[in-house]
Design a protein. Structure first.
Length: 162
């Protein structure tokens, strides 16, 4: 297993979206995504499970209202996750703006630290290894002068192959 932070102001429902389909041009490639279901929501956005139309690869799509923008023209989530490169921070694939919404496409990691602790028995050495990864990610953010205010077990994603 591997710990990865999901760096996630408004709760949206599936019905709020203009369409379950959207396309994003990333470099010279256009990917079409199909939204499947809502999987989480937080103060700043709602996360949906989606898949690429071409190959069915599952992705997590965070949708946020554009009123959250700052002077950079994108939300801070997109700004920070697009420049942060760390093995314990969820990778952003691409993003775009569609009307009043910003769509950010991330790698999909289905399990959270909360899920792991509530459903599995984790031995002490595994637990310490996971905590070390959390501290490594927080230290990396500190070196970039970023304070992560939304640290909770549901925002820490856990890959099976840590």
């Amino acid at each position: 297993m591997q710990v990865c932070f999901a760096i996630t102001i408004s709760d949206l429902d599936f019905i709020d979206l203009p369409s379950p389909y959207f396309s994003i041009v990333n470099g010279s490639k256009q990917n079409t995504y199909i939204m499947e279901k809502k999987i989480n929501s937080g103060t700043y956005g709602t996360v949906f499970l989606a898949h690429k139309e071409a190959n069915k690869e599952k992705v997590a799509v965070k949708v946020q209202r554009t009123f959250i923008y700052d002077y950079f023209g994108v939300t801070r989530d997109v700004l920070f996750t697009s420049i942060l490169k760390h093995e314990n921070i969820v990778e952003i694939h691409c993003f775009d703006i569609f009307g009043p919404y910003e769509y950010s496409v991330y790698e999909y990691i289905p399990n959270t630290f909360h899920d792991l602790l509530s459903t599995n028995t984790v031995d002490f050495s595994e637990f310490l290894f996971l905590i070390k990864q959390i501290l490594d990610a927080l230290n990396y953010l500190r070196t970039k002068n970023i304070i992560y205010f939304d640290l909770k077990d549901n925002n820490i994603m856990v890959k099976e192959n840590f």
